[in-house]
Design a protein around this ligand. Structure first.
Ligand code: PGA
Length: 247
């Protein structure tokens, strides 16, 4: 499975970042799962450039700008230059700060152009009884996939992160049966943009209150290929327990 630890802005000392990186390396060394860490930008540069372990690195965001006069932006090229291999794009916390589908598309394009695999986050705010959330999800996926070439579409990992489940606890996460339905739905949408064999290979992650207590049930029989873990990835004990629970 692909496990991405999204540290968000939870980590703000180098000491803590080092401890989490060391724990990630130990988990990655077993080779059982692909471990990707997404630290805040300063730690990403600090660790990733010198990384010789099985851990891979992701940026939490990338700039739409290819570079130049864009103060405060971190370009995909700069991220790739420190040997990070993934970029989380369109996280709901970035969308809540004003990021539109058009901006998300531009970021995905820029990340792919620089050789980064895009972890494209999609997800509904609420699960309404009329199931309008399905159309919302389809629209988020279409906004990015439609304008891209087939080659570009293949460079995307989809992270399904229902906003109502983010940042809470295990009992608030999605139920395994509902997750299974969502994975099937997303796979169906993907067949509109990729040939069947290729779309089946697109990795789909789940994110939203993944903890050691629920990761196993969310992994079994749901068709999911991995997890995007926020809060629990910033506690060495919880992250270790969570990855081990999968083995
Ligand atoms: P959480 O965050 O695990 O803290 O719910 C997941 C995410 O937002 O990526």
């Amino acid at each position: 499975m692909l496990i991405v630890g999204n540290w968000k802005a939870y980590v703000d000392t180098l000491e803590k970042a080092k401890r989490l990186y060391a724990a990630g390396k130990r988990l990655a060394a077993t080779g059982r799962h692909d471990i990707v860490l997404a630290p805040p930008a300063p730690y990403l540069g600090f660790f990733s450039a010198a990384n010789r372990s099985n851990v891979e690195f992701a940026a939490q965001d990338v700039s739409r700008s290819p570079g130049g006069a864009a103060t405060g932006e971190t370009t995909a090229a700069a991220i790739a230059s420190v040997k990070a291999t993934y970029a989380i794009i369109g996280h709901s916390e970035r969308r809540a700060m004003g990021e539109t589908d058009a901006m998300v598309l531009a970021k995905v394009r820029e990340a792919l152009r620089c050789g980064l695999t895009s972890i494209l986050c999609v997800g509904e705010t609420v699960r309404d009884p009329e199931a309008k959330y399905l159309a919302h999800l389809r629209a988020q996926i279409a906004a990015v996939y439609e304008p891209l070439s087939e080659k570009e579409r293949r460079g995307i990992v989809l992270a399904y992160e229902p906003i109502w489940a983010i940042g809470k606890s295990a009992q608030d996460a999605i139920q395994p049966q509902d997750l299974n339905e969502m994975v099937l739905y997303i796979r169906k949408v993907l067949t509109e943009y990729l040939p069947a064999r290729t779309s089946a290979k697109t990795r789909i992650l789940y994110g939203g209150s993944v903890e050691p207590a629920n990761i196993r049930t969310l992994a079994e029989g749901t068709g999911i290929d991995g997890f995007l873990v926020g809060r629990a990835s910033t506690d060495t004990g919880a992250f270790g327990a969570l990855v081990k629970a999968l083995s």
